[in-house]
Design a protein around this ligand. Sequence first.
Ligand SMILES: [Zn+2]
Length: 242
Amino acid sequence: ALGHDRDNAGSTAVSSGNLMVQAVSAIREVTPDLAVTTEVCGCSWTSSGECVLRTPTGRIDLDATYRLMGEMAVQHAESGADVVSPTAMLDGSVRAVRAALDDRGLRDVGVNPNLAIHTTLYGPFKALMTTDPAVGHRRGLQLEQGRAQRDTVVQARRWIAEGADSLTLQPVMTAVDVLVRLRADQEAPLVAYSTSGEWPALRELGSEGMVEYIAMLRRAGADHVLTFAAEQVAAHLEQNHG
Ligand SMILES: [Zn+2]
């Protein structure tokens, strides 16, 4: 587990000077022009590894979860984040985050919720962040693979109605069809998130192959691509196109 305390309430997620705040501030200091996006979710901070908080009887505690996400968003924004990403796929969470930011006068901070399709490709990230719940799973909140085209479009419209400025789809390697369908339905900026489990396969492509892969995602409808190859691709493009 990463070096911070975790409890049932995810308290460290909103403690002053926590790891996320330190990271955002450090990036801000070194590269003031870089856009910074943060994840707003309970799973890296709760002892259960769950994205949401629960009542003593085990139900999702909506009020407590919304409050946690809102407070996280405000804290990240005040540390320098330009965009915050509620990732739990919990209906109402985008509205709660937007409202919390607006209440603090942080109207220019973007909200970029997740469209997460259930996949084994989140595996390496979950292992690293210890976010694999010991009991149950978060599949109930994620989109089902077999219905992902329709369900993603429905969820995307819901997020926009709750106040989202842009949308992140993950994974992409096994969901390019969903990206195409989403693009046809949405004018909001779309981010294609190439997840941790895709990376071992993509790494084999090399720099030029990655550039080609990203071009394919752009063709399919992505305005932005989140990838572990960002540095490698940037260096390659700089070398080859001056
Ligand atoms: Zn989460």
